[in-house]
Write a protein that binds this ligand. Structure first.
Ligand code: ATP
Ligand code: MG
Length: 427
C-alpha cells in the first residue's frame, strides 16, 4: 500500500443489487439497491420516512438479513459470514446512544473489547482514550450511569462505544436526532474532528438536510423502496438537484445554503487577547486596550476557552478567575457559518469564540466576517456557473460503482476516495 492510502483506516462498502422483502409486505422495503461507499468517507442517507434507510443501514452489518444481493466490505463478501463476527468489526450508533442503563459509561464502552478478549488494562486505557476523544473527562464520567448524563453526553458515549474496537466502519442511524440544535451542532463538529483523526467509513441516516450537507462527503437521496434518486457531493446536490423530488427535499432558501457549505475554518478568524486564570485583571485590561479589542478570552491550562471578560468587567476585577461561562457562544472550526450564526443569535452576541481540536482556542468569528464570506462565495459561485463537473451527477453511481466493482474483484480499492477528489472540489 502507498503512503496516502495508509492514512485511510476505513473500509469500502459495496451493496450489490441488495433487496429486502419483509414477510407479508407487497413491495420490498429495499428493491435492488446498488451503492458503493468509498473507504474513509462519510455518506449521508436522506429520504422520506419509511423509504428504507434504516433497513439499508442494518443490512450492512446484517442486523437485518438481505433477501437477495451481496454486501462486500473491503473486497470481502460478508453476506454469508458469521453475523456476530461481522458486527464486531462495525460500530453501530443508534438514536439516543442506546446505552445499557445498568452499566457504567466505562462498561458500556468496553462491551466489544471484552467480547474480543482484551485484557483489563488495555480496555481501561482504551475507555479513557475514547472518552477524551469525545471530550468527556474520564475521571468524571467513566463511572457514571447513563441516566446521570445529558442527552448529548449519552450520544457521545454512544459514539465512543461504537469506536471502541477501532472498527473500520461506523453506522449511525439519526444519532443526533434527539438533542437540541446547539448540542447537535457540537456533536457534529466533534464527529468531524474525530473523523479527521481516525478516517473511518461512516454511513449516517439523517432527516436534516443541513446535517447531510455539513457532514457528508457524499449524499444519497432515496425514495420509496430505497430507490436511489441522487448520489453526489453536497455541492452538486444543492446546485443541481436530480429532480423535483430532491429539490423539494432540499427545501427552499437554496441561496442561504452557502452558509451551510462554508465552514468556520475556511474564513479568516479575528485574533483576540487571551488571559489565564490568576492573572492581574489590570494587566489583561491594558493588553485589551493596547490591542484595541473589546474583550479578552480566558483560557484554562489546556487552552480551552472558559469565559469572556469585557473591558468593563476587567476594570472591576482584581484577579482573573476560572469561573466557567456556560452561555458563552462557542463554535468548533468545523462548524458551518450557519451554525456560527445560530450560536451567535442564541447568545445575542455579535461574536463567537472558535475552538479546534480538543476544544482548544483558535480565535473569534464575528457577524461581519460571515457576511463578507457569503458575498465572496456567492460572487465566486456566479463566476463558476457552467463549470460544474458532470458524470457523477446523473442520479446514479457510475464512477463510484465501478471502483466498488474493482474492489470487489480484488483490485485495490483503497484509494477510491482519493480518486474521487479529482472530480470534486475540496471542501
Ligand atoms: N420488521 C419489519 N417488518 C415489516 N415491515 C417493515 C419492518 N421494518 C420496516 N418495515 C417497513 O419497511 C419500510 C422501510 O422501513 P425503514 O425502517 O427502513 O424506513 P426508514 O427510511 O428508516 O424510515 P424512517 O425515516 O421513518 O426511520 C417501511 O415501509 C416499514 O414499514
Ligand atoms: Mg429509520
Amino acid at each position: 500500500m502507498s503512503e496516502t492510502t495508509d492514512a485511510i483506516t476505513g473500509a469500502s462498502i459495496l451493496l450489490d443489487e441488495v433487496t429486502k422483502q419483509y414477510p407479508g409486505q407487497t413491495r420490498p422495503a429495499v428493491g435492488g439497491l446498488t451503492l458503493e461507499i468509498p473507504a474513509g468517507s462519510i455518506v449521508m442517507f436522506v429520504g422520506p420516512s419509511g423509504c428504507g434507510k434504516t433497513t439499508t443501514l442494518k443490512m450492512i452489518n446484517r442486523l437485518i438479513e438481505p433477501s437477495s444481493g451481496k454486501i462486500v466490505i473491503n473486497g470481502e463478501d460478508v453476506t454469508k459470514m458469521d453475523g456476530d463476527t461481522l458486527r464486531r468489526r462495525i460500530g453501530y450508533v443508534i438514536q439516543a446512544g442506546g446505552l445499557f442503563p445498568h452499566m457504567t459509561v466505562a462498561a458500556n464502552i468496553a462491551i466489544v473489547p471484552k467480547m474480543l478478549g482484551w485484557d483489563k488494562a488495555k480496555i481501561a486505557a482504551r475507555v479513557d482514550e475514547l472518552l477524551e476523544l469525545v471530550s468527556l473527562d474520564p475521571s468524571i464520567y467513566r463511572d457514571r450511569y447513563p441516566k446521570e448524563l445529558s442527552g448529548g453526553q449519552q450520544q457521545r458515549v454512544g459514539v465512543a462505544r461504537a469506536l471502541a474496537a477501532d472498527p473500520p466502519v461506523l453506522l449511525m442511524d439519526e444519532p443526533f436526532g434527539a438533542v437540541d440544535p446547539i448540542t447537535r451542532q457540537r456533536l457534529q463538529d466533534e464527529l468531524l474532528n474525530i473523523q479527521s483523526e481516525v478516517q473511518k467509513t461512516i454511513v449516517m441516516v439523517t432527516h436534516d438536510f443541513d446535517e447531510a450537507v455539513k457532514l457528508g462527503d457524499w449524499i444519497a437521496v432515496f425514495d420509496e423502496g430505497a430507490q436511489l434518486v441522487q448520489y453526489d457531493s453536497p455541492e452538486r446536490v444543492l446546485a443541481n438537484p436530480a429532480n423535483e423530488f430532491v429539490e423539494n427535499f432540499i427545501g427552499s432558501g437554496a441561496g442561504l445554503k452557502q452558509l451551510t457549505l462554508t465552514r468556520v475554518n475556511q474564513v479568516k478568524l479575528n485574533e483576540a487577547v487571551t488571559a489565564l486564570p490568576g492573572e492581574l485583571a489590570s494587566d489583561v485590561l491594558s493588553r485589551v486596550q493596547g490591542a484595541g479589542q473589546p474583550l479578552a478570552v480566558v483560557l484554562d491550562k489546556r487552552r480551552r476557552p472558559v469565559r469572556r471578560l469585557t473591558r468593563r468587567q476587567l476594570s472591576r476585577l482584581q484577579i482573573v478567575d476560572d469561573t466557567i461561562d456556560e452561555s458563552m457562544p462557542v463554535v468548533g472550526d468545523q462548524a458551518t457559518l450557519n451554525d456560527a450564526l445560530d450560536t451567535m443569535l442564541v447568545a445575542s452576541s455579535e461574536t463567537a469564540v472558535v475552538t479546534g481540536r480538543r476544544d482548544a482556542f483558535l480565535g473569534v468569528i464575528n457577524v461581519q466576517t460571515i457576511m463578507e464570506a457569503i458575498s465572496a462565495a456567492n460572487a465566486a459561485a456566479a463566476e463558476a456557473e457552467g463549470d460544474a463537473p458532470v458524470g457523477l451527477n446523473s442520479g446514479a453511481i457510475p464512477a463510484i460503482a465501478i471502483e466498488g466493482a474493482l474492489a470487489a474483484n480484488g483490485h485495490d480499492g483503497g484509494n477510491t476516495s482519493e480518486d474521487l477528489q479529482d472530480v470534486e472540489e475540496p471542501r
